[in-house]
Design a binder for this molecule. Structure first.
Ligand SMILES: Cc1cc2nc3c(=O)[nH]c(=O)nc-3n(C[C@H](O)[C@H](O)[C@H](O)COP(=O)(O)O)c2cc1C
Length: 357
């Protein structure tokens, strides 16, 4: 109730200004306090994935913390992990404002941020200087290319980010699926993808053997392109596939005055499509690598459906904007109930349950 009132007030203001103020406030939370107050998920929610121990499956998706590191407070809300980024090698301002739009009638957002960030070196030094108590969960770093870098030189950008950021990241994510960097999504095509992923895997293996490299895909790929991307990723030695990023589709928000804004749509209209993509990726991967699911998780039921469809971890962004700081705990509590209802002893037992039999 308190959050609903606060949300009502916050939603009167420009989304990006609210976001900035929220970050400032979150950064004021002392790491020891965030750690001490952090809700502990039920031990049955533990997931072993990417060679790491996650306290629960629920994480904060990329894009919320773009390197200014409100890590202590965000992890303190009960996320098992947080994905920072997307970070590019050089700082860049992103697209002109306004570039994020709420569609409350459909519990959705449209954004065309365009990888606004302060660059890999700034993010790396902030990560290195982070109070160890702030790291009450795991931290992934999601990397991309600068807008000005042509696709045939994209690999250099990803390698520069991996080099700068691998030390303090628990895992790294190659983002080639944002719709807001012109041409980026073409890197999902077979030849470009193969070259890019092999290069990134080799560099990370040389710098930090055993550290996981994940690739994040778009929900707008055709079935054939998805299958191909999974095959290429596995052959290149990638550790996991993250599905999905935002969509260019406007299905579910047609006719809304904001529907015509350029950018990626996220939230409730994306729920079903992203679960479908997770299922397809999981079937194709056939247990060889795990899937990290995101896209329209607005409730524990949505997270549960993604886990049962084959996601080992589930990330949220738009649901967090609508659900508030209590959202990760609500999801964790809801997952325990759903797990008990469906007769599973642990969350790991439920991963991919809908694919079996
Ligand atoms: C405002 C905003 C910014 C985002 N920025 C990034 C980004 O920089 N990199 C990325 O990989 N995904 C980014 N995303 C995509 C989210 O990480 C997530 O994959 C997507 O929004 C689907 O999840 P959701 O429906 O829970 O929001 C962004 C999403 C939003 C709403």
């Amino acid at each position: 109730m308190r959050w609903r009132l606060l949300r009502w007030i916050l939603f009167r203001f420009d989304p990006e200004s609210v976001h900035r103020v929220a970050h400032r406030l979150l950064r004021l939370v002392p790491p020891w306090l965030a750690r001490w107050r952090r809700p502990r998920p039920d031990p049955r929610l533990r997931v072993r994935c990417l060679g790491l121990d996650f306290e629960g499956p629920i994480g904060l998706a990329a894009g919320f913390d773009k390197g200014d590191l409100s890590v202590a407070a965000l992890l303190g809300m009960g996320f098992s992990h947080l994905e920072i980024g997307t970070i590019t090698p050089r700082p860049q301002p992103g697209n002109d404002r306004p570039r994020i739009f709420r569609i409350p009638e459909h519990r959705a957002l449209i954004n065309r941020m365009g990888f606004n960030n302060e660059g890999a070196a700034a993010c790396a030094s902030r990560l290195a200087a982070l109070d160890p108590r702030a790291r009450s969960g795991l931290i992934g770093v999601n990397v991309g290319k600068n807008k000005a870098t042509p696709n045939d030189r994209a690999l250099d950008d990803y390698l520069a980010c991996i080099e700068a950021l691998h030390r303090d990241a628990d895992y790294l994510v190659v983002n080639i699926s944002s719709p807001n960097t012109p041409g980026l999504r073409q890197l999902q095509e077979r030849e470009a993808l193969d070259r890019l992923l092999r290069g990134c895997v080799a560099r990370l293996a040389a710098l930090a053997p055993g550290k996981a490299l994940v690739v994040k895909l778009s929900p707008d790929l055709s079935d054939e392109a998805l299958d191909e991307a999974v095959d290429v990723a596995i052959a290149a030695g990638v550790s996991a596939i993250s599905a999905t990023n935002t969509t260019l589709s406007r299905a579910g928000v047609e006719g809304h005055p904001r529907a015509g804004e350029a950018g990626g749509l996220s939230g409730a209209p994306l729920t079903a499509r992203s679960t479908e993509v997770i299922r397809r990726v999981a079937v194709r991967a056939a247990g060889r690598i795990p899937v990290i699911g995101s896209g329209g998780v607005m409730s524990a039921e949505d997270a549960w459906a993604k886990l049962r469809a084959g996601a080992s971890l589930v990330q949220v962004y738009t649901g967090f904007i609508y659900g508030g700081p209590g959202f990760p705990s609500q999801l964790n509590a809801g997952l325990v109930k759903l797990m008990e209802r469906d007769g599973f002893r642990s969350i790991e037992e439920a991963i991919g349950a809908d694919l079996k039999g």
